[in-house]
Design a protein around this ligand. Structure first.
Ligand SMILES: [Zn+2]
Length: 129
């Protein structure tokens, strides 16, 4: 019965569209909470709550860097499970999320968009002068 309980716990953790999207957003590497919040266009409290659920199930791990908290997938085998679930319901491919977002305050996005314009005035939008 115990092995069923552990599997059920894992399945319960992924049984939410927002948490599925979070996992896929982390598929190619870690992201900070602020990036995921910008991506989801949701309150940080909501995104953090979903991340907490995934972390408690052991699916993701966090890392603190100063004031920022980064999350990464703990065991990539979860995507075997999710890809199988998608195939069973006829979802052929999950569109990759944008890796950098113009309105995102995370260091990765700011770096990327500051490269687009050296004047620094256009930092948030990354437009050229
Ligand atoms: Zn970002």
């Amino acid at each position: 019965m115990n092995s069923y309980r552990h599997s059920a716990q894992l399945l319960r953790a992924v049984a939410h569209p927002a948490r599925l999207r979070l996992l896929y957003a982390l598929r190619d590497g870690e992201e900070c909470v602020c990036h995921l919040t910008t991506l989801f266009r949701q309150r940080q409290a909501y995104v953090s709550q979903q991340l907490m659920f995934l972390r408690q199930a052991g699916l993701i791990a966090d890392r603190k860097d100063g004031l920022r908290v980064y999350y990464r997938v703990q065991d990539p085998r979860v995507f075997d499970l999710l890809d199988a679930a998608n195939a069973m319901v006829g979802v052929k491919e999950i569109a990759a999320e944008a890796r950098t977002l113009a309105a995102c305050p995370c260091p990765k996005c700011v770096d990327k968009h500051s490269n687009a314009c050296k004047c620094k005035r256009h930092l948030p939008r990354g437009k050229k002068c």
